[in-house]
Design a protein around this ligand. Sequence first.
Ligand code: HEC
Ligand SMILES: [Cu+2]
Length: 313
Amino acid sequence: MNRFSLWPQAASEQAARVDLLFIGLLVISGAILLLVAGLLLVFCLRYRRGSSAPRGLLPGFLRRDVEIGWTTGTLFLALFLFWWAGATQLRAKDPPAGALEIHVAAKQWMWKARHPNGAREINALHVPRGEAVRLVMTSQDVIHSFFVPAFRLKQDVIPGRFTEMWFRATEPGEYRLFCAEFCGTDHARMGGTVTVMQPEDYARWAAAQPQEENLAEEGARLFTALGCSGCHAPASAVHAPLLAGAYGRMVHLADGRTIRADEAYIRDSILQPKRDVVAGFEPIMPSFEGLVDQGDLQRLVAYVQSLRGEAAR
Ligand code: HEC
Ligand SMILES: [Cu+2]
């Protein structure tokens, strides 16, 4: 869009809400400005030197009730604005159930996206119109910030953490994507295009993308990236169980129980390692609660499952 316009394009539900908030704030502060400036002018004229306006004490109710009135009035106005703005912002953090989950990884200097069916793209993001899309984002190096002005959405993307935001795009079209956190030499060029498509076009697009690595292969990379292999690799100096063949076997726990190492057990081992401690090992494994999201858990579990075939030693 080359047409000059003071108002940025609005292409999501959130954009409509933010714009409404902006207009609301503008109108309210404009009205207050006019009121104060108007009164100022009136008083300047009325009480100018030499005018005969009365200058004695005001009647009591004016001194007290009006004071109380405008103080509480502005207090509630400020609280209302706080609630309005806060609710608008918080909405972007709270996705509806069943939102399409797209993983975004930022690195110097590109945005990488991964769709639920495995389709990948770089510096581009295709999304269906009218559907809730949830972005689960992390950075592979420094802090970046995912910014789509037409959606009125901006969220920092932080190494070692997952941040989220969601939106529902309303207008098919192409919109600019920026990095809004200075992240090094090519920060200014770290961006791309968000393409909003009709749902059926999106489905066709996603199906046509080359399928890449499966979950287990990704899990294997996470296993190294998260430091699991530092303890669990055969060559590790740390006394930790080898995970080859771990899936499906019966595990003796330190407290005497025996349980089957199913998917839930592996998930729990990662999130709450102190709960089921394997007999013969120290409970030194840190919890990965908050460090891995649901997708990563799936990948890690898929990886441990894939080790089934390898002989346990
Ligand atoms: C600091 C070393 C350490 C790190 C890092 C670590 N673990 Fe562990 N892990 C252990 C030890 C020790 C045990 C056995 C004691 C226990 O159950 O807590 C264990 C147990 C497990 C078990 C149960 C094994 C069995 O034989 O039943 C699984 C599954 C597991 N870890 C997966 C992982 C994954 C996945 C990661 C990375 C996200 C990870 N671990 C990171 C030390 C570690
Ligand atoms: Cu950046």
